[in-house]
Design a protein around this ligand. Structure first.
Ligand code: ATP
Ligand code: MG
Length: 419
């Protein structure tokens, strides 16, 4: 018998799922305020959507994907991230023909075959936004402000925004060459992975956690010196917009992203209090992705934030979170007739958005009240023979201990007291 979920996956229930719900609610409200529309794309896609060519050098695509053949012998991949699916949908449904920009958001499970550890799972959820159709720095800044505002509303004040620019394709090619030349000189001291990266993608060496590699990285040329005039101006404008909104940031030329498609702006919100996997939210501009997928050239910018990591950061910031949903009223009962009356009463209250419960286990009144207490009921009421005959019952405020006699069938008369 299997009584354990697969490695790197987890169940959400109780207190934990309430935290997730609270984040999801905050996101829904946030996205109304920023005017982004939700998009839900399939959990699996054709593998080619993620593996777009031999040039792909990312760990995610090379090593971490859950890929399998379906019964029709097609290669299918569980989505490792949200952007590719959203971009495919943008093209498939010709959203480029709508008034631009197109502003989308998603909350989606993602799957990566990684070594599980704190903040790194094999199934995890991302909240992400995608803004298509603008190459302007204002769009980069708006997208960053979405993440900033979310973290603020969640009380995650223990994060720092790091921004960088990787330049356009031309700047990047030039910079890659500079990096190759530089690291070539230290080749023998680099770790095995970085030796490989030297050929495929020297930019990733900047991201290596190996102490010896880190030391070498310190002397590496900065990408910011390799930017051409346009890219430099774009990056300066992003900073001006951020300052205009009062969003604090640090320019960090060490920020390189795990996915290959980024150009110009990249950014991360990093929390130092949740261990090695401190990046809560990461994103940037990807002006060539839509083109790579077979569309015409549509600039885009977005980010993805891991919900699990947001919760870790939130716990580190606040200690605890107020997530318990209050039970407004518990209606206890004695005997079968009263039990029918009690369930009918809570049913009518629930229709009026009062959260209410009655006994479903045939327990004694004493046990029922004990349960009501454990559930933190704000009010209680007990129905027995006398109450049924007279139509009167005592409504008890559990906090003050005060009781009041009410005409219990006439809900309208007393329900306002509960909320
Ligand atoms: P990392 O540095 O964690 O490897 P990445 O470059 O792989 O990050 P992205 O692909 O940009 O990350 O994903 C965006 C966000 O999704 C991350 O910042 C993180 O919050 C979350 N995330 C990524 N991988 C995982 C994972 N395996 N488990 C939990 N959350 C994850
Ligand atoms: Mg990763």
């Amino acid at each position: 018998m299997i009584t354990q979920a697969p490695r790197g996956t987890y169940d959400l229930y109780g207190e934990q799922v309430r935290k997730w719900q609270s984040i999801e609610k905050t996101i829904a409200r946030l996205m109304e305020d920023f005017h982004y529309g939700e998009i839900r794309t399939p959990i699996f896609e054709h593998t080619e959507l993620f593996q777009r060519g031999v040039g792909d050098t990312t760990d995610i695509v090379q090593k971490e994907m859950y890929t399998f053949l379906d019964k029709g012998n097609r290669s299918i991949t569980l989505k490792p991230e949200g952007t590719a699916g959203a971009a495919r949908a943008f093209l498939e449904h010709k959203m480029f023909a709508d008034p631009q920009p197109t502003k989308l958001y998603y909350i989606t499970p993602c799957f990566r075959y990684e070594k599980p550890q704190a903040g790194r799972d094999r199934q995890f959820s991302q909240f992400g936004v995608e803004l298509y159709g603008s190459a302007e720095a204002a769009a980069d800044a708006e997208v960053i402000s979405v993440a900033y505002e979310l973290l603020k509303r969640l009380g995650i004040h223990n994060v720092t925004l790091h921004i960088n620019s990787l330049g356009c394709r031309e700047c990047r090619a030039k910079y890659n060459q500079e990096l190759r030349d530089y690291f070539e000189r230290y080749k023998d001291s680099l770790c095995e992975t970085c030796k490989e990266r030297l050929e495929r993608n020297p930019l990733r060496i900047l991201d290596c956690k190996n102490p010896q590699c880190r030391e070498i990285v310190e002397g590496a040329p900065s990408v910011l010196d390799a930017l051409d005039q346009d890219c430099r101006e774009h990056f300066e404008k992003v900073q001006a917009y951020l300052s205009g909104m009062g969003i604090p940031f640090v320019v960090d030329p060490g920020i390189v992203r795990g996915l290959d498609y980024y150009t110009r702006t990249v950014f991360e919100f990093v929390c130092d209090e949740i261990g090695a996997q401190g990046t809560v939210c990461a994103g940037g501009r990807y002006d060539h992705l839509i083109e790579e997928l077979g569309g015409s050239s549509v600039p885009a910018v977005g980010f993805a934030a891991g919900i699990g990591r947001m919760i870790l950061a939130m716990e580190a910031a606040n200690g605890t979170m107020q997530t318990e949903t209050p039970l407004d009223l518990y209606v206890g009962s004695m005997g079968e007739k009263a039990s029918i009356e009690a369930l009918s009463l809570v049913y009518r209250l629930r229709a009026l958005h009062v959260s209410a419960e009655s006994d479903l286990l045939g327990r004694s009144v004493k046990a029922q009240m004990k349960y009501a207490n454990k559930r933190g009921a704000r009010y209680t009421m007990i129905l027995g023979e006398t109450e049924l005959e007279t139509g009167k019952a005592s409504l008890k405020n559990m906090e003050s201990g005060e009781s009041e006699t009410v005409d219990f069938r006439n809900i309208q008369e007393w329900r306002n007291q509960l909320s």
